[in-house]
Write a protein that binds this ligand. Structure first.
Ligand code: GAF
Length: 385
């Protein structure tokens, strides 16, 4: 199969008749633990993966941005940087490009007209952050192409998050953009989503990361995600804290009688998930498989029962992976929820058995076998060599 870089280069040539000045790649991610904690100023533990989005680009001498999407039948979009940039109703990839360009322009970064070709191999709507990787690839490309001073990976991640929040309409946190921009090969990143401090945690060589696609696609722009965020903010207001990161279980229990049960359970997920994320970073550093397995199982139950972001297909998939991993690993749903993927961290010599069990026991709603990836933690966005 053609690599995303080759496919982006081909599409660029098709649109312009020229080779691009530069190509930039930005990875998708899998979150090992710490779900929906990011927009509560909490802690997450994702790693970047080998699947990525690539953008090929050249400067233009006018103010036009022209874009071609190799993975969508080479369909094109065009808009002017020096005019109002609006979202296209009902379209998807175009709005990530429009949003990123608008946010960078409005922030005063000196970008000009640009020809861009896009291609990627992250399954869309799969909980592996295809949209964040596109935003980060675009931001990193603009940084190199227009030689923008003072933009580091964290700032590019923040611009991507702002494009998503203010332009696309998903009130997401910073995790996906941050890991795509700043991931480190061989490591998960413990991210403090308040200070944006990053602590790399090495993933032991004898552990495999297995990602299985449920085949149930999700859409973060839809209401469920933003609802969860509103409920968390309501809980923080009731507890009189800036964010649920500042709450603990005794505080929550003290207010339980005055809280709506749903809001209480949403807050309980965040408070306990933050603690699990800390504990998981330690367990991973110590290669303590038993502790990792327990924490992942607890995280999944909490997402299912308290945060209510799993669906029956994902529950089944995580359970199959957990059962197959046995005492050699753990499994849980990963990502925003309502579909997507499950992740297992297992001893590498058990990886094939876990994959075989998923193939044997799980079928997607379309009746096809699930896509399974065995991944290594990858590096964040970079220029293609
Ligand atoms: C989505 C969001 F984009 C992230 O910010 C994060 O909240 C995640 O869901 C859940 O942990 O990927």
């Amino acid at each position: 199969m053609m690599t995303p870089e080759k496919s982006a280069r081909n599409a660029f040539h098709l649109m312009t008749g020229q080779p691009p000045e530069i190509c930039v790649r930005a990875p998708g991610r899998v979150n090992l633990i710490g779900e929906h904690t990011d927009y509560n100023d909490g802690f997450v533990l994702p790693c970047a993966i080998g699947r990525e989005t690539v953008v090929a680009a050249s400067r233009r001498s006018d103010q036009t941005v022209r874009v071609i999407a190799a993975d969508f039948g080479d369909v094109q979009d065009q808009f002017a940087i020096d005019q109002t940039i609006e979202a296209l109703p009902g379209s998807a990839w175009q709005n990530y490009v429009r949003g990123m360009v608008k946010i960078m322009r409005d922030a005063g970064h000196g970008i000009g007209g640009t020809d861009i070709a896009i291609s990627g191999n992250i399954p869309l709507g799969s909980g592996l952050s295809s949209s964040a990787s596109l935003e980060v690839a675009l931001g990193t490309m603009m940084q190199h192409l227009w030689v923008l001073p003072g933009l580091d990976p964290a700032q590019i991640a923040l611009l991507g998050q702002k494009a998503e929040n203010d332009f696309v309409g998903c009130q997401c946190g910073i995790m996906d953009q941050m890991i795509s921009a700043a991931g480190q090969a061989g490591h998960a990143l413990a991210i403090d989503c308040r200070s944006l401090a990053l602590s790399p945690v090495p993933i032991p060589d004898d552990l495999a990361i297995i990602i299985a696609q449920s085949g149930i696609t999700h859409d973060n722009v839809g209401g469920h995600y933003n609802d969860r965020r509103r409920q968390c903010e309501e809980a923080a207001r009731m507890l009189d804290v800036a964010a649920l990161r500042d709450a603990d279980m005794p505080m929550l229990e003290a207010k339980r009688g005055q809280m709506d049960d749903v809001v209480y359970r949403r807050a309980r997920h965040i408070v306990t998930e933050n603690q699990r994320t800390f504990d998981m970073a330690r367990a991973l550093a110590e290669a303590d498989i038993q502790a990792m397995s327990m924490l992942m199982a607890e995280s999944h139950s909490s997402m299912r029962d308290d945060f209510e972001i799993t669906v029956p297909g994902i529950d089944r998939l995580a359970e199959i992976m957990q059962r197959a991993a046995g005492k050699y690993g753990g499994a849980r749903m990963t990502g925003g929820g309502f579909g997507g993927a499950a992740v297992a961290l297992v001893r590498a010599d058990q990886a094939e058995a876990v994959c075989a069990s998923v193939r044997e026991h799980y079928t997607t709603p379309a009746g096809t076998p699930p896509e399974i990836m065995v991944e290594k933690a990858a590096a964040g966005a970079s220029l293609c060599p």
